[in-house]
Design a protein around this ligand. Structure first.
Ligand code: 3SL
Length: 222
C-alpha cells in the first residue's frame, strides 16, 4: 500500500475468506451498520455501547464475542437492524490501512457486479486492496481482483502487471473456483476448522446487490 496514494481513489477492500463476504452478507440481511475495528480490546469495549461484538483471531470466534466470522452467522431475520463492531485478522486491518482513501467500498464475489457498476459509474481511479494473510499474498483475494478487472477490462490503465496477472489467474480458475483454491494457504487453514460450507458460500457469484461504503469510520449501505 505504501506505493499508492489513495487520497484520490476509490479503494475496494476485499477479504474473500471471510471478512468482506460476511460484511456483504450481513448488509444483505438488513444489518444497520458495521464498525470495523483493528484491536480486540477496542472491539470488546463496544459491547457497553450497545454494539454486537463480532470477529475472529486465527479464524476462530473470539472468546466472549457474540459472533465469529462465518457468513452463516449473518443471515436471517435475527441480524436485521443490528449495529455490529467487527474485528478480524486481516479484513478490518485492510480497511484501517485504506483510511485515507477518497472512498472505501467493500467487495466480495457475492456483490461483484455491484462493485463493478459503482466503479464504472464513478469518476475515481480504483485500487483493489487484497487483505491477504498477515501481509502476504493469497489466491482467493487475487481471484476476486481478477474477476473485477475482467469486468472493467475496457477501462484499464494499470501502471504495473498485477491487474493483468490477477485477470489471467481468474480466467484459469473461473470454471471451478473451489477446486482451484483447494491447495491454497487459507483454504488449508480453514479446512482444519471444518469450514467447507463457508468456503463454498464465499465464492458464489453475485448473490447480493448491496455495496457497503465507509462513512465516518462505519460501514453502511445507504
Ligand atoms: O483475516 C480475516 O479478516 C478473516 O477473514 C480470516 S478468517 O477467514 O476468519 O480466518
Amino acid at each position: 500500500m505504501h506505493l499508492y496514494d489513495v487520497r484520490d481513489k476509490t479503494v475496494v477492500v476485499v477479504d474473500i475468506l471471510r471478512a468482506t463476504s460476511c460484511m456483504v452478507t450481513a448488509f444483505a440481511h438488513g444489518v444497520e451498520s458495521i464498525t470495523p475495528i483493528a484491536s480486540l480490546e477496542e472491539c470488546r469495549n463496544m459491547k457497553t455501547r450497545g454494539y454486537v461484538i463480532s470477529g475472529e483471531r486465527d479464524g476462530k470466534k473470539v472468546e466472549g464475542f457474540d459472533k465469529g466470522n462465518s457468513p452463516f452467522e449473518y443471515v436471517g431475520d435475527q441480524v436485521r437492524g443490528l449495529k455490529i463492531a467487527f474485528t478480524t485478522t486481516n479484513g478490518t486491518l485492510a480497511i484501517e490501512k485504506s483510511k485515507d482513501a477518497k472512498e472505501i467500498v467493500i467487495g466480495s464475489f457475492l456483490n461483484l457486479t455491484s462493485v463493478a457498476k459503482h466503479l464504472l459509474l464513478g469518476e475515481n481511479n480504483a485500487l483493489i486492496v487484497c487483505a491477504g494473510w498477515k501481509g502476504r499474498v493469497n489466491l482467493e483475494d487475487t481471484l476476486f481482483a481478477g474477476a473485477l478487472v475482467d469486468k472493467l477490462k475496457d477501462y484499464l490503465g494499470p501502471d504495473c502487471d498485477a491487474p493483468l496477472a490477477a485477470r489471467y489467474l481468474y480466467n484459469l480458475a473461473k470454471e471451478d473456483m473451489i477446486s482451484f483454491l483447494n491447495t491454497s494457504s487459507h483454504v488449508l487453514r480453514l479446512n482444519k476448522l471444518n469450514i467447507h460450507e463457508d468456503i463454498k458460500f464465499c465464492v458464489a457469484m453475485d448473490q447480493f446487490k448491496v455495496l457497503p461504503k465507509l462513512k465516518n469510520g462505519t460501514l453502511v449501505v445507504n
